[in-house]
Design a protein around this ligand. Structure first.
Ligand code: LLP
Length: 416
């Protein structure tokens, strides 16, 4: 790392509270704020550390058009998990797209094959994770390049629900890959790569050891195949520190370890992080609706909940919460539970948080919300999804996604 490199992490404390308060005032809450300048910094940090590797962005972390355009412009390619993601990546200008087909529905294959025929200028690779996806593509006369997603039998991640590399759902079992590779080539396809993904939120020694093991196994497999490959992609999953006390990943060390574990390859080594690119580029702003002292804790009811940010309810994920009240420093602290407006016990964004004594109409900022935040929002409890504003990195702010309205919720029901 040189002195010109951007900081490895933007903490919630690094965001200007007055600027965030103004955004909440102007655009209302709940509101996602995405700083494209920070997205660029994250891309630059990845490019510096993984200087010899190919880096794609796993778009599932954040597919907001403005973000995709930033990432494309900064020089990464796109990794997509569905036809919808492929379409959005192409619409945003990506010209190199990897489609990792997970149990692909017919409509997805129809769409991607048609897109490949209509846009030969787009460098599209379909990565199959099951042998019968090859038949499904052949039925559709797909003639483009293919890669195999491998189940390496080694997983890692911040939660069992996002540990992938040893989950039978994903990828072709390791020992069956050579036969499938032969079949792909015999059927006249261009086999260009192998792919595996350990899981999401790799952070800490055990996860990194699993990542190295996965890469080593994949390096061995690539060397053992009787076919030349263009690439070996070892997935995404680079973690970010959600806790303020947690250190950021040492990206240079991870890159070095990845390279070492892969060993000598004739193929280009690649990674495809999602979270790392966008997590700390986003915050979620939310307003306090109710403050309720109870014998157990102070319950602070805010206008964002599990439909806005699902991660705490789904994975018990920790997101830092900060009061933006201008007199926050002068207030006593209380221990609080920050809860949403959804009629579910799981609808809690943070427990046992020390916060300046909250008052109704205070605005809170929730950190590291740029990855899998807006992307996993839903309309459960008939709650319209929030708006997203984008900071363009030079001081300009604009609405990247409008706030949904109540009439948006019933639009698809038509006139009844
Ligand atoms: N490549 C593949 C094949 C993947 O399945 C994923 C994530 C990635 C790359 C990117 O992983 P990342 O670098 O973002 O960790 N909703 C969960 C994360 C699910 C990730 C699914 N696959 C969360 O909020 O933690």
């Amino acid at each position: 790392m040189t002195t010109e490199d951007p900081p490895p992490i933007r903490r919630l404390a690094d965001w200007d509270p007055a600027g965030l308060r103004d955004l909440a005032e102007t655009y209302d809450t709940p509101l996602y704020v995405l700083d494209q300048g920070r997205v660029r910094e994250n891309v630059a940090n990845l490019q510096t550390a993984f200087h010899d590797e190919h880096v794609s962005y796993a778009v599932k972390a954040n597919t907001v058009r403005r973000t995709l355009e930033t990432v494309e412009d900064a020089g990464l390619d796109a990794e997509c998990a569905s036809a919808g993601e492929v379409q959005r990546a192409v619409d945003a200008g990506f010209s190199t797209v990897r489609y990792t087909a997970v149990n692909p529905p017919s409509e997805d294959l129809d769409h991607v094959v048609a897109l490949h025929e209509a846009h030969p200028e787009i460098d599209l690779v379909v990565t199959i994770g099951a042998a019968d996806t090859l038949d499904a593509l052949a039925e559709r006369d797909y003639a483009g390049p293919l890669a195999i997603r491998v189940n390496p039998g080694v997983g890692a991640g911040h939660h069992a629900k996002v540990t992938t590399g040893d989950a039978p759902k994903f990828g072709v079992p390791y020992d069956r890959v050579p036969d499938l590779a032969d079949e792909i080539v015999e059927r006249g396809y261009d086999l260009v790569g192998l792919h595996a993904h350990a899981g999401s939120g790799i952070h800490g020694e055990d996860d990194l050891a699993a990542h190295r093991e996965l890469v080593a196994r994949m390096g061995d497999l690539a060397r053992d195949l009787d076919h030349d490959l263009d690439f070996l992609n070892v997935g995404g999953g680079l973690g970010v520190p959600y806790h303020p006390e947690q250190d950021p990943l040492d990206l240079d060390a991870v890159a070095e370890a990845t390279r070492d574990a892969a060993g000598d390859l004739d193929a280009q080594l690649g990674i495809e992080p999602g979270r790392y690119v966008v997590a700390d580029a986003g915050v979620l702003l939310t307003t306090v609706n109710t403050v309720k002292p109870t014998p157990e804790t102070t319950v602070v009811g805010v206008d964002a909940g599990m439909t806005t940010l699902l991660r705490p309810a789904m994975y018990d994920a920790y997101h830092e919460i900060r009061s933006l009240a201008d007199d926050a420093d002068d207030r006593d602290e209380v221990t609080a539970m920050v809860a949403g407006p959804i009629c579910e016990t799981a609808d809690v964004l943070g427990r046992d948080r020390r916060l300046p004594r909250p008052e109704c109409r205070d605005v809170f900022a929730i950190g590291n919300a740029g990855a899998y935040g807006y992307e996993m929002a839903s309309t459960y409890n008939s709650r319209p999804r929030p708006a997203v504003v984008s900071l363009d990195g030079t001081g300009e702010t604009s609405v990247a996604v409008e706030r949904e309205t109540l009439s948006d919720l019933t639009r698809l029901e038509g006139q009844q």
